[in-house]
Design a protein around this ligand. Structure first.
Ligand code: MLT
Length: 266
């Protein structure tokens, strides 16, 4: 567990475990870096696993964001501070939106992309209206009320039926998300660019992973990413929902390790 301060007096909370090819993990909404616990030091390929808290979540602090690009500012400042020139960028859901924006801004920093349970299109008008309702809810009733609303979609039906411990753990993570982080994330996601045209620009190796039971970014979204990114791999993980790496860590780590091995040993 560590903290660094980047220019503009922002703090970034992170974990950095192991040595080898650096792999950066970006969590979704409204998560924190603990999402990636099973991946930190848990991969078969010898790699350096680095998970950061996006601004406003976990231990990361700074002015409230309104754009996904501000998360990118922090990630790039973090990489500079840590002397990391290129990394494999792994993003889940909102972390995937950040990964697309990072690729557009600084493709030379991206060794490869891992896109877990995410999608390229922007919000629809209906999705934006829901974000506005969620901002109002969290400002009035706090993070726990949003956690109650979001929890059912976060985990697959198999996990919800058989892993009450994980349900509890995810609820705790959602409910402790700071209000400013949540409202910033909602505004940034509502305003995010369409990344569909970005897909054909991706010229680094790409792995797309999705939980078969994901209802927030279903398999169809992952198939669209796979069709759009030339030469990408698609892995569909059974009995997992939206948080694939947490719900089926062994299966997720296996496909991720295999992919990373192709980068390490080529
Ligand atoms: C996430 O897990 O990051 C969210 O489901 C993304 C979203 O709300 O679009």
């Amino acid at each position: 567990m560590a903290l660094i301060t980047t220019p503009g007096n922002r703090t970034v909370g992170y974990d950095d475990v192991g040595t080898g090819l650096p792999v950066l993990f970006l969590h979704g909404f409204p998560h924190d870096r603990s999402l990636w616990g099973p991946q930190m030091g848990g991969l078969a390929t010898p790699v350096r696993t680095i998970a950061v808290d996006l601004r406003g979540f976990g231990e990361s602090r700074g002015p409230a964001v309104t754009q996904i690009e501000e998360y990118v500012d922090d990630v790039l400042a973090f990489l500079d501070e840590r002397g990391l020139e290129t990394v494999v960028v792994t993003g889940l859901s909102m972390g995937g939106y950040v990964a697309f924006a990072l690729w557009r801004r600084a493709p030379e920093r991206v060794r490869a992309l891992v896109l877990s349970d995410t999608k390229a299109p922007p919000d629809t008008d209906e999705a934006r209206a829901k974000r506005a309702e969620q901002i109002a809810l969290v400002e009035e009733k706090g993070s726990g009320a949003l956690a109650d609303l979001l929890l059912p979609g976060m985990l697959g039906k198999s996990t919800r039926a058989s892993h009450p411990d994980l349900v509890e753990r995810v609820y705790t993570m959602l409910a402790r998300a700071p209000i400013a982080g949540i409202t910033g994330g909602l505004r940034a996601m509502a305003a995010r660019a369409d990344s569909t045209a970005t897909l054909e620009t991706i010229s680094v190796p790409a792995l797309i992973v999705v939980g078969e039971e994901d209802v927030l970014t279903p398999v169809a979204d992952a198939r669209a990413l796979h069709a759009g990114i030339r030469g990408s791999r698609l892995e569909i993980i059974p009995a997992a929902g939206h948080l694939t790496g947490l719900e089926r860590p062994a299966a997720f780590n296996h496909v991720l390790s295999e992919f990373l091995a192709t980068l390490t040993y080529q």
